[in-house]
Write a protein that binds this ligand. Structure first.
Ligand SMILES: *[C@@H]1O[C@H](CO)[C@@H](O)[C@H](O)[C@H]1NC(C)=O
Length: 227
């Protein structure tokens, strides 16, 4: 009897352990499905694709190119290029939002809006705005995507773009941050920022006033000597 009971206990334990193992093995398989037609709105908060697997921690082979430079006139749009740094590596999906660089809150609010263009893009509404996120519309492999984004009206400040790149269902990088774009009120010419008055221009005006002071002193002296 005791040996029978022991055998039954071992059998029952083995059954429980194997069921648990089966669940552990099966559960991720059921969750590991990508979203071929773009990120779901539940990704708005953490920007993590709901693929049921962990994000990559190493450097991403993908980057965000600011095609209009890092200084843009107020109310002008920003053209972005998402692209692969390695022609051999393509991405299938992406999810991008713009944030004020100084918004350090736990849940920063995505700002501005993206343009729905013809290529592989799908504009989304995330909490706090409209058309404030953009994702892929198909999971076709791509080496580059160009996007256009409009800042909020009269916005002056610094914007950063954060992108989640999906290389494949189980390989993705979350919240890759772009360089910041500063919105300024005026520029000397289109695209180039107004330079602060330092350097050759600034010192030029002060040296010319020195020359004038010298001339006035010299003529005063000459006037006194002649008299
Ligand atoms: C933007 O600035 C213009 C001119 O100062 C003003 O008329 C307009 O109301 C502003 N818009 C917003 C949304 O603040």
């Amino acid at each position: 009897m005791p040996s029978n009971g022991k055998a039954a206990f071992v059998f029952a334990s083995a059954a429980v352990i194997s069921s648990v193992l089966m669940l552990l093995i099966l559960a991720p398989v059921q969750q590991t499905q990508g979203y071929s037609n773009g990120a779901p709105t539940v990704s708005c908060g953490d920007m993590i694709p709901q693929h049921g697997v962990e994000a990559q921690f190493g450097p991403s082979p993908f980057l965000i190119n600011l095609m209009d430079g890092e200084i843009v006139l107020m109310d002008n749009s920003v053209h972005l290029e998402l692209r692969s740094s390695d022609p051999q590596i393509a991405f299938e999906g992406y999810f991008i939002m713009a944030f004020d660089k100084n918004d350090h809150s736990a849940n920063p609010r995505p700002i501005g809006r993206f343009k729905q263009s013809a290529n592989d893009v799908k504009v989304m509404d995330c909490p706090g705005g409209m058309q404030n996120a953009i994702t892929h519309s198909t999971n076709v492999k791509k080496s580059s995507v160009t996007l256009e984004w409009f800042p909020p009206e009269n916005y002056s400040g610094q914007v950063v773009f954060r992108t989640t790149f999906v290389k494949g269902k189980s390989t993705f990088w979350v919240k890759q941050e772009s360089k910041s774009v500063s919105f300024v009120m005026e520029t000397t010419s289109k695209g180039s920022p107004k330079a602060p008055m330092t350097g050759p221009n600034g010192s030029g005006s002060s040296s010319s006033s020195t020359v004038w002071a010298g001339l006035i002193a010299a003529s005063l002296l000459a006037f006194l000597l002649v008299r």
